[in-house]
Design a protein around this ligand. Structure first.
Ligand SMILES: Cc1cc2nc3c(=O)[nH]c(=O)nc-3n(C[C@H](O)[C@H](O)[C@H](O)COP(=O)(O)OP(=O)(O)OC[C@H]3O[C@@H](n4cnc5c(N)ncnc54)[C@H](O)[C@@H]3O)c2cc1C
Length: 540
């Protein structure tokens, strides 16, 4: 089963001197690793830079489901974009799953890969099944559900077999296997190497980017740079304003031995829930559920759920749908990026007129395994001059796909969130802010150990976190990426940027981008009036 705690895949080696390559890939998640491997196998020299360890980003938090079916639903895609585009999406998904299947076998990646059937839960799914048939999703690589049952579903729960193949795997082991394959094919991986955000310098025929600090070692890539950092670490409004950051939640439950009712399969509902049974070793089987109405736009948790954590909403759905779900074993959440037109963004960075190009893979909307393979095929194919014909529907500069009510509505929501985020930087938004405006520092005492808050301190907003030992860590509450105001997330104990989805740990360190920098350190304070300057987080 995927574990949020990820250890380095290969002996970490940070980039310590300048490097030259055909292609430089930034980000060692499934998108970056797949792209790098495709380029290396085609004979290009590839350098991959990863700020932590390969698989340590969202890929390591994925539940490892890989359906050919698109979890947005083909009826929705067809409704928004028409039959031609939805057929391209179906072809892309089939090709993505096929690449994953063949790569696991060819590179002998031991990641628990298993072909399984996929089902849509509940009634009222005829329109979706009809749309699947229309786009030509077939069942050629899937097989009948095995007789063994496990999840103990609610009585009368209808299962509708989805056409197209599906598979499941452990994403962390898959990422490690891809990294090892990349090295076998001559690729160079540097972990612990954080690339500073663009703009990247384009000089003549090379793109250069600096690692770890602005004057750090430089990689010169003659055929281009691929930003596979989940959300690109650039400031391109043409990308960041067309996708929203969402928090999505996963829970695993114990399953009693002999629980029956549902085959081992990927299970989906049209309201966005997903579930499957995972083998956690020693014959122990767990029910993994996620998604649905527990998901929310980053920073909107309190507005949507009040003080009730979204995990409760997800757990309630799971217990109604699978009554034999036992004790909760693990809960985790993270950020995924959803484009306004529900289509991934794979290709050249919009408005990039230089040469060589910077390319992106983002907006996979919680779809790591197949989505990453599709993104990699589109981007590596473009670099190699052999992009698949379906790739054009995912071009990041497309505008036509926004011309429908659904996409325009989602785009409006994203722009609105940004405007609100900026407005909150300038104005007090609650009575505590007003008090903080006239009496800076007054809110600090109310923050309990283990808790955080964004408060007004005179004219500025400050992100405060009091650790269990009582030390108050103080950081600027402005996200370094685009200066949107971050918000405290009490469930994950992080500061989240509602504008573009960057996440910072309570001590201000950047956990995931698009920011490539930490929150500005404003020093620390202790109850005993101890104080420290900024420039380093206090470790007691
Ligand atoms: C709870 C949850 C469950 C999910 N379940 C599924 C599922 O069942 N099936 C599925 O297909 N998808 C699932 N997903 C979605 C999936 O995890 C993501 O969409 C996917 O991992 C994105 O892959 P990526 O390679 O683009 O990003 P990541 O895996 O996040 O990789 C990006 C990498 O870039 C690195 N990086 C960032 N900034 C820099 C920098 N400045 N310099 C160098 N490196 C940098 C990061 O450290 C990271 O390793 C799930 C997601 C979540 C949160």
């Amino acid at each position: 089963m995927a574990s949020p705690a990820v250890k380095p895949a290969v002996v970490p080696a940070a980039l310590s001197e300048h490097a030259i390559a055909d292609v430089c890939v930034v980000g060692g998640g499934l998108s970056g690793l797949s792209t790098a491997l495709m380029c290396a196998k085609a004979g290009l020299s590839v350098v991959l830079l990863e700020s932590r360890a390969v698989g340590a980003g969202m890929s390591g938090r994925s539940s490892g489901a890989a359906p050919a079916w698109d979890p947005h639903g083909f009826a929705t895609i067809q409704g928004r974009h028409g039959r031609g585009v939805s057929r391209s999406v179906a072809r892309a998904r089939g090709a993505g799953l096929d690449w994953v299947t063949k790569t696991v076998r060819k590179e002998k990646i031991n990641c628990g890969f298993k072909e399984v059937p996929a089902y849509l839960l509940g009634g009222n799914v005829d329109k979706e099944l009809e749309a699947c048939r229309e786009v030509g999703l077939d069942g050629s690589t899937s097989h009948e559900a095995p007789a063994g049952n496990s999840a103990g579903a609610a009585k009368g729960l209808k299962l509708n077999r989805l056409p197209g193949g599906a598979a499941e795997l452990d994403p962390v082991r898959f990422a490690r296997g891809l990294a090892e394959a990349l090295e076998r094919h001559g690729g160079r991986i540097y972990e612990g190497t954080r690339v500073k955000s663009g703009p990247f310098t384009i000089s003549g025929k090379v793109v250069t980017l600096a690692a770890n600090s602005v004057d750090g070692p430089i990689v010169r890539a003659s055929k281009g740079v691929v930003l596979a950092t989940h959300s690109p670490i650039n400031r391109s409004l043409a990308v960041h304003s067309r996708q929203s950051p969402w928090r999505t939640y996963n829970i695993t439950f114990e399953l009693p031995k002999g629980a029956s009712g549902v085959p081992d399969a990927l299970l989906y509902s049209l309201d966005g829930h997903h579930a499957r049974v995972v083998d956690s070793g020693a014959g122990r089987r767990l029910l993994l559920v996620g998604g649905g109405d527990s998901d929310h736009v980053v920073g909107q948790m309190r507005e949507r759920y009040g003080n009730k954590p979204p995990f409760d909403t997800l757990e309630a759905w799971a217990r109604t749908t699978f009554p034999s779900a036992g004790r909760v074993v693990q809960r985790w959440s993270s950020v995924v990026f959803r484009p306004a037109d529900i289509m991934g963004l794979f290709g050249v960075n919009p408005l990039d007129v230089g040469s060589p190009k910077t390319r992106l893979i983002t907006g996979t909307s919680g779809d790591a395994v197949v989505g990453a393979a599709m993104g990699a095929m589109a981007v590596a194919g473009d670099i190699l001059g052999e992009a698949p014909e379906w790739a054009r529907v995912f071009e990041p500069s497309r505008l036509s796909s926004l011309g429908n009510l659904g996409s325009l509505g989602d785009l409006g929501t994203e722009v609105g969130l940004n405007v609100r985020g900026y407005a909150r930087v300038l104005t007090p938004t609650c009575w505590r802010d007003v008090v903080g405006l006239v009496a800076p520092g007054s809110a600090e005492r109310a923050i309990k150990p283990g808790d955080g808050q964004v408060v007004q301190e005179g004219l500025r907003k400050v992100a405060l976190y009091r650790d269990e030992q009582g030390t108050l860590h103080r950081h600027s509450a402005l996200c370094p990426h685009q200066h949107v105001l971050v918000q405290w997330n009490p469930v994950d104990k992080t500061f989240d940027c509602p504008g573009h989805g960057s996440v910072f740990d309570p001590c201000g360190r950047c956990v995931s981008g698009p920011s490539s920098r930490d929150l500005e350190d404003l020093g620390w304070r202790r109850e005993d009036e101890g104080r420290g300057e900024g420039g380093g987080n206090l470790v007691k």
